[in-house]
Design a protein around this ligand. Structure first.
Ligand code: MF3
Ligand code: CO
Ligand code: CO
Length: 270
């Protein structure tokens, strides 16, 4: 069952969404050759706890998996998702995918982005850009009356147009009091299929694209997901509320919301 959120629920999801977006942008600003994912993880966990939030990933253990040990998922290069933080410095030319979630006042916000470390190869930069674009296209499908298959199609056609793999083994998801709620939201599909989208639903949309094959495997740590062919992967995620007027991205910072309002020609809040 897909749980529709009340006005009050949405208010809380806005607060946690903005918090996790502030964490994401703070970390983005720190990423440069030489920094370690452990350092980034420490900063993220502190920001969450200082705001009275809980890092949702810590101890997360679905279906008999070992508890996930970190506040952020830190996935480098061929790592797709769920990587572990380490004390190995990031290097020029790497791409760093970071995924993070916080729980505040009973509700979860979930966001991810892939960040270049220093100067990266053009083909990798294209992968990162197209992944972010496919998230935007997914969000654009989030109108009442549309269907979950429309979201998958939007991502798939954009990715495949550029020759990228679309990861099948992991999907987006409904989100609310739990990080993972119904429905599953694949990044591939056919228009007009699957669940109908309604106002009040909140979705975590998260395309994962690869430079080669979309096939993945999990490393012996039990969590880190890598591409089978070890080619690079990128990931972008936002938590998005569906309103009667369309998508509202919850995982934007105050500043990003202000810029968006200005771009739309609305009067910015004082
Ligand atoms: N946030 C991930 C997702 O986007 C899930 C991470 S689970 C963890 O759905 F245990 F690895 F943290
Ligand atoms: Co996530
Ligand atoms: Co998610």
């Amino acid at each position: 069952m897909i749980i529709a959120k009340s006005k009050k629920d949405l208010e809380k999801m806005r607060v946690v969404g903005e918090l996790i977006a502030e964490v994401r942008e703070t970390l983005r600003g720190m990423i440069e050759p030489g920094i370690t994912s452990l350092e980034l993880n420490r900063v993220a966990e502190k920001m969450m706890r200082d705001a009275g939030a809980i890092p949702t990933f810590v101890g997360y253990a679905p279906g008999g998996m070992s508890p996930y040990p970190f506040a952020i998922c830190a996935s480098v290069n061929e790592e797709v998702v769920h990587g572990f933080s380490t004390d190995k410095p990031l290097q020029e030319g790497d791409i760093f995918s970071m995924d993070m979630a916080a729980t505040l006042d009973g509700f979860v916000g979930d966001t991810a982005t892939t960040v270049p470390v220093g100067k990266i190869d053009d083909d990798v930069a294209d992968l990162v850009r197209v992944t972010a674009e496919s998230l935007d296209l997914a969000i654009e499908q989030c109108y009442p009356g549309k269907r979950v298959g429309d979201i998958g199609w939007a991502v798939q056609q954009h990715a495949e147009k550029h020759g990228y793999g679309v990861v099948r083994d992991y999907t987006g998801h409904g989100i609310g009091r739990n990080m993972h709620e119904a429905p599953q939201i694949p990044n591939y599909g056919r228009p007009g299929t699957r669940e109908k989208i309604r106002a009040g639903f909140v979705f975590a949309l998260e395309p994962m694209l690869t430079l080669g094959s979309e096939e993945t495997e999990t490393l012996s740590d039990g969590w880190t997901v890598v591409t089978k062919d070890r080619k690079y992967a990128a990931h972008s995620e936002h938590t998005v509320a569906i309103t009667k007027d369309g998508p509202e991205i919850l995982t934007l910072t105050k500043e990003q919301k202000r810029l968006l309002k200005n771009a739309r020609g609305e009067t910015a809040a004082a």
